[in-house]
Design a protein around this ligand. Structure first.
Ligand SMILES: Nc1ncnc2c1ncn2[C@@H]1O[C@H](COP(=O)(O)OP(=O)(O)OP(=O)(O)O)[C@@H](O)[C@H]1O
Ligand SMILES: [Mg+2]
Length: 361
């Protein structure tokens, strides 16, 4: 089992200096708007991913008017305590220590301490651009399979090289065929691996999404998810070759696994154009709970669940079901926030579980 025992925050967003000790597997966090509930969840996310869920730049997480920040936590994993420290130095250089040893690459940390977050703005995952969905899927697979992450990092590096070659070619009017050939080959090797891993992943992931969706929402919404990739119909080698002139004209690589998406339909129409708010929320929960399940299955221990403001999103009965599923899973630590103390307390009591309630001032 994976469990966060405590966390200490220094100059992290609204927290000047504060410590929290978590004594139960289910932790309710309540407080008024702006009291730091989401920030506390984000600090936990930081320890798992070496970065913020919400902000792309580390420096933005430093308390306004201060320089540098620090997050330290102790995680219990299979009965041993693991110490995690994330430091942003005053010059905004980041260091991450795992059991007092500095990580050489932050990517080696991904997946050691898996974590799934559900937050209010996440419905953009369903309604937003394909890039968001790709990133989302990549983050899941990366937590299960570190080779996937390394291949993806390599793929993106080669893609940048190829794109700058295309840019040059567009400017000077000719392209070095040998160099293109080499880059195509390198890109293809990585792309094939990534494509196969995604294919395999979707095969296992999608049935979980259907299952959760039908549990959460109406069974008559006929939801379908479908992995879209040009590699289903053509080899990457051919795609890169066939599109070369177009790529030079547009100065970027137009086909490849960096263009994959998940097509989501409901009753035969595009989900994002016809789904109601409630249906979007239900699908979001289904996607995230499926993520939780699949990571649990692969890791043999459960990711930490961070549920931010979920009461605002689901009605009483759905909330009750959700809490039953996640809080009664013996091996899952759950953090759940709400602005209403009584509502949170009541919901956790109803789910008949031992819980700890933290009230933020
Ligand atoms: N870099 C920062 N430095 C100082 N304070 C910050 C920083 N970033 C955010 N804050 C403050 O943190 C508070 C927001 O905290 P957070 O989003 O965790 O609140 P919350 O309890 O989740 O509120 P809500 O119920 O509205 O979701 C705000 O008061 C905000 O001004
Ligand atoms: Mg919040």
């Amino acid at each position: 089992m994976l469990q966060l025992n405590n966390i200490a925050l220094l100059q992290f967003k609204n927290y000047t200096q504060q410590q929290f000790v978590f004594t139960q597997k289910v932790v309710g966090i309540c407080g008024r708007n702006g009291s730091g509930k989401t920030n506390l969840l984000d600090a936990i996310y930081y320890l798992c991913f070496t970065k913020s869920y919400f902000l792309a730049s580390d420096a933005q997480n430093v308390q306004i008017g201060k320089a540098g920040m620090r997050i330290e936590g102790n995680m219990l994993l299979n009965n041993t305590t693991q110490n995690l420290i994330c430091i942003l130095r005053e010059n905004n250089k980041k260091e991450f220590l795992y059991n007092k040893e500095q990580l050489k690459k932050f990517s080696e940390h991904i997946g050691r301490f898996p974590c799934v977050i559900i937050s209010p703005d996440d419905t953009t995952l369903v309604t937003g651009s394909s890039e968001l969905r790709r990133k989302y899927i990549d983050t899941i697979i990366a937590q299960i399979n570190s080779h996937y992450l390394y291949n993806l990092v390599d793929y993106n590096k080669i893609l940048v090289q190829r794109n700058s070659l295309l840019k040059q070619a567009a400017e000077v009017g000719t392209i070095n065929k040998d160099v293109v050939e080499i880059l195509n080959q390198q890109l293809a090797t990585k792309a094939n691996y990534i494509f196969e891993e995604r294919k395999l992943f979707f095969k296992q992931y999608i049935p979980f999404v259907y299952d959760y969706y039908s549990k959460i929402a109406s069974k008559t919404d006929n939801i379908t998810l479908h992995h879209q990739s040009a590699l289903y119909t053509e080899t990457i080698e051919n795609l890169l070759e066939q599109n070369l002139q177009k790529d030079i004209a547009l100065q970027r690589t137009t086909a490849g696994i960096h263009r994959d998406d998940i097509e989501i339909n409901m009753n035969g129409a595009l989900f994002k154009t016809i789904a109601s708010q409630g249906q979007r929320k239900s699908l979001l929960f289904a996607l995230k709970l499926a993520e939780w399940q699949i990571i649990k299955q692969k890791k043999l221990y459960s990711p930490i669940l961070l549920l931010d403001d979920v009461f605002e999103k689901l009605d009483g009965e759905r909330m009750h079901n959700l809490l039953q599923w996640v809080c009664n899973e013996e091996s899952t630590q759950v953090f759940i926030t709400d602005t209403h103390k009584e509502r949170l307390e009541q919901a956790l009591q109803n789910a008949a579980i031992n819980f700890q309630l933290i009230e933020l001032q």
